[in-house]
Design a protein. Structure first.
Length: 130
């Protein structure tokens, strides 16, 4: 039984899900920003960037997964794996850049910050804004 067409189709479906995630992320960010602007509920721009960045990150992760499935599972040639490696490096750089923009720190700094925060007393978060 040849799984090639099934795996190729699976990669295409995950690709589509990645694009849908990005489009939905943009729409959610725009609607959220519009609603916050109308209600004058706190800073609009910072939250818009954060919501938009999260949608893009989810989409990029799905697109990388689809590339891996299609490239490695279907026909792993040296050329296709090299192209995959380049795509993953570029998308990983984009993901890290977006993560830094969203959270203000590198992904590996979250674990250290969480370990430090666990020992300190919890302070209730301020409500009403970002």
């Amino acid at each position: 039984m040849d799984f090639g067409p099934f795996i190729e189709r699976t990669g295409e479906v995950i690709d589509l899900l990645g694009v849908v995630a990005i489009v939905l992320g943009v729409l959610v960010a725009v609607v959220d920003a519009g609603m916050r602007r109308l209600r004058q509920a706190g800073p609009v721009y910072a939250r818009f960037r954060r919501v938009l960045g999260r949608g893009i990150l989810i989409g990029l992760e799905l697109l990388v997964a689809a590339d891996i499935i299609r490239t490695v599972a279907v026909e792993p040639t040296l050329e296709s794996v090299s192209v995959l490696a380049l795509i993953v490096v570029i998308r990983t750089f984009l993901s890290w850049s977006l993560e830094v923009e969203i959270s203000g720190r590198w992904p590996w700094q979250k674990a250290r910050a969480g370990a430090v925060d666990e020992g300190s007393p919890r302070v209730p978060a301020a409500t009403g804004g970002d």
